[in-house]
Design a binder for this molecule. Structure first.
Ligand SMILES: [Mn+2]
Length: 490
């Protein structure tokens, strides 16, 4: 990950004289310094902007600085917004308008006209806000005192979404093999995703991976086996199967790192020259922050990598997931999510076990080793990116994960169990109405609000299924979205 930072640009003008401007600059620097300690990324005070030229210059610099993941603007005093038009029209980075104020309270004795002219964010931020609205610029507006914890939390959440946008714009996905034959929802327009989201999605021959696997040394495998032993319980006699997965992981990691790819996909239909579908190998790569999608699903793979990057320490509890089967007992309705092998252990509620089992589907010659565990309890979201033809739609559903209500001792894969909002059946009706995939990213870490911000930053449609969503309201929303997005393209 880059050393991402955010820039604080404070609006003012030259009407107030030197003293006021000095005070604004000192306070802005103090706020940036204190906020940096509370926020997940540094906030760097750049300038008290007083002219069109200054604003345009700092925005051009922000656009071309790879470490700058977004700008935060605030008007300590009044800052006439026509000065901002040329700059903001060029802005290519996420923008947060922070409507705050240096002082928390109105000082009864001290307040006079000078105080009012110095502390007029209430005035200045309205002028600033009009321009954002007039330009139809995507922006996040956060209001509140800068020292308040919940305000800082909201800025921090937005920053992480902005880092997700930065990671998206540099995303490279390595595809081993094509999409699974005949499957529609995992398909998509690679030119469209590169244009809108920045993703470079390209293919590499499975034969090249096999060549790389053959070059892996026993010593490299020994070292990775120690890592597996430290993190997981070995619950199989078949050590050779685990060593084979280690070989696959090392080879894939080398290829990914060489090409600068943060995400990959493969398919059980194209394992030419491989003995096992990578299970443990893919799971352990995901645990290190790489994105993965099964059956050639490069969209979910890139989304997994992006949502991991948005999480704590650049690898939060976000996992490639698949809706598998339902428990429809009255009053006890749950979805069971899993995958053929590849569920990321970052969502584990129990210590993962390495097991080997027969896998009938695909080109497996030998039983693949995989991590088996239960997902943990907690509020989460599931996210799916679909290509609607002409535009991308990001669908997000609120869910609550539970400890699986039964042990399922013969299920040979990791599993997560959850209740969808608003309920299993209405939730499924909504999801299907919106066209969401069976593959998702399940996250305990990234919130629906952050995904909405991320979609806004990149200019794609966002659909949120919550505890309050009804099929009827969603149908209307999708109908109007369809018209609006068609008009946007004109
Ligand atoms: Mn699948």
């Amino acid at each position: 990950m880059k050393n991402y930072e955010f820039w604080l640009v404070v609006g003012s003008q030259d009407l107030y004289g030197e003293e006021v401007l000095k005070t604004v600059a000192v306070r802005a620097a103090e706020m940036a310094e204190k906020l940096s300690k509370a926020l997940p990324y540094p906030l760097v005070y750049k300038v008290t902007a007083m002219s069109n030229g200054q604003i345009t210059r700092v925005i051009k610099e922000a656009n071309y600085d790879d470490n700058c993941a977004g700008i935060i603007t605030w008007c300590h005093t009044f800052s006439p917004s026509k000065m901002w038009i040329n700059g903001l029209a060029l802005l290519q980075k996420p923008w947060c308008h922070f409507a705050t104020q240096y002082n928390k309270e109105i000082p009864n004795e001290e307040i006079d006209m000078d105080f009012m002219n110095l502390n007029q964010a209430a005035h200045g931020d309205r002028e600033h806000g009009f321009l954002g609205a007039r330009l139809r610029a995507p922006r996040k507006i956060i209001a509140g005192h800068w020292e308040k914890e919940d305000v800082q939390k909201r800025i921090g959440d937005w920053m992480k979404a902005a880092v997700g946008a930065a990671v998206s714009r540099e995303m490279k996905v390595m595809r081993f093999g094509d999409n699974m034959r005949e499957v529609a929802v995992t398909e998509g327009d690679k030119v469209e995703v590169q244009t809108k989201l920045g993703w470079q999605v390209n293919t590499w021959a499975v034969g090249d991976l096999v060549k790389e696997m053959n070059a892996v040394t026993e010593a490299e495998i020994d070292a990775l086996m120690e890592v597996y032993k430290a993190g997981y319980d070995i619950a199989t006699e078949n050590v050779e199967a685990i060593r084979y997965q280690a070989r696959e992981e090392i080879a894939m990691k080398k290829m990914l790192d060489r090409e600068g790819c943060r995400a990959f996909s493969n398919t059980f239909q194209d394992l030419y020259g491989m003995e096992q579908l990578p299970g443990l190998a893919s799971q352990h790569l995901m645990a290190q922050g790489y994105g993965y999608g099964g059956e050639g699903d490069w969209k979910v793979s890139a989304m997994t990598a992006i949502m991991k990057a948005m999480g704590e320490n650049g690898n939060g509890a976000s996992a490639f997931m698949e809706d598998y089967t339902y428990h429809l007992a009255e009053g006890q309705e749950y979805s069971l999510g899993a995958h053929m092998l590849e569920v990321c252990p970052s969502v584990a509620g129990t210590r993962p076990r390495i097991e080997t089992h027969h896998l009938g589907i695909g080109m497996n010659e030998k039983d693949p080793a995989r991590l088996v565990f239960e997902g943990r309890e907690g509020d989460a979201i599931v996210v799916s990116l679909v290509d609607m033809g002409g535009r991308l739609r990001l669908i997000c559903q609120d869910i609550h994960c539970v400890k699986p209500i039964m042990p399922m001792p013969n299920l040979p894969v990791a599993r997560v169990m959850w209740q969808a909002k608003p309920s299993l059946t209405t939730g499924v009706e909504c999801w299907i109405t919106a066209g969401g995939a069976h593959h998702t990213v399940l996250s305990y870490d990234v919130t629906a609000g952050q995904m909405k911000d991320w979609a806004n930053m990149l200019g794609i449609e966002f659909v949120h299924i919550t505890k309050d969503t009804t099929v009827e309201s969603l149908e209307k929303e999708l109908f109007y979205n369809d018209i609006a997005w068609k008009l946007k393209r004109m």
